[in-house]
Design a protein around this ligand. Structure first.
Ligand code: GDP
Length: 201
């Protein structure tokens, strides 16, 4: 099958949802990004689309729990899910975040894949593993970006990649992992290929 080119650079802001009832219609195809706050999720969305400032990089942690939608064309979307792991978030907010993400993963039929963004120096924290297990339970294919790879030497980054791959071996082919850096622009093409495969007709 020849995969359609996806015009990531044409992405535009579609809408934000505070509640699951406010999501755009469940049709077409979307890929969602999620990750601990400060892991580099917004930067990765901006670099993948090539649009500076598309997703707002977080200056104020915990400022927003909104789900942000970016359209790539009339049928395809990238979704920026709220970050997690803020120390100061009240338990009730955390519980609501967990319910919303779990439900979104379970019910959203147009969701073709989940990207979990993790700082390569602190991968697979508790909530990362929680999100991963929800995705696995729902059968949502998952791709992990080990971001800020530029912070490690090439050898250390390769070792970190191998360790995460080994830890995820029980998940089989449902989970893939790669090195990524928004600063050095490492792994951008690899990430786009995964998204293109998921979003292709
Ligand atoms: P988010 O909270 O997950 O959306 O994270 P941001 O994209 O806002 O990034 C958090 C901080 O990490 C910012 O200061 C970014 O400049 C920095 N950052 C993001 N990606 C990278 C990267 O690949 N390398 C380095 N060195 N810094 C990064």
């Amino acid at each position: 099958m020849i995969e359609h080119e996806i015009a990531f650079h044409q992405a535009w802001y579609l809408k934000s949802a505070a509640e699951l009832s406010q999501l755009p219609e469940d049709q077409g195809a979307e890929v969602a990004f999620i990750g601990r706050s400060n892991a580099g999720k917004s930067s990765s969305l901006n670099i993948i689309t090539g649009i500076k400032g598309l997703a707002r990089t977080s200056k104020t942690p915990g400022r927003t729990q909104m789900i942000n939608f970016f359209a790539l064309d009339q049928k395809r979307r990238l979704v920026d899910l709220p970050g997690y792991g803020y120390a100061k978030v009240p338990l009730a907010v955390k519980a609501r975040w967990m319910d919303n993400v779990d439900e979104y993963l379970r019910v959203r039929e147009c969701l073709k894949g989940l990207v979990i963004v993790m700082d390569i120096r602190h991968p697979l924290k508790e909530l990362d593993q929680q999100v991963l297990s929800w995705a696995m339970n729902c059968g949502v294919p998952t791709h992990i970006l080990l971001t800020k790879a530029d912070k490690l030497t090439a050898g250390a980054a390769r070792n970190a990649l191998r360790e995460v791959q080994q830890a995820l071996a029980p998940c089989g082919e449902a989970v893939t992992v790669q090195l990524f850096s928004s600063i050095a622009r490492t792994g951008v093409e690899e990430a786009k290929q995964v998204l293109t495969r998921w979003l292709a007709d």
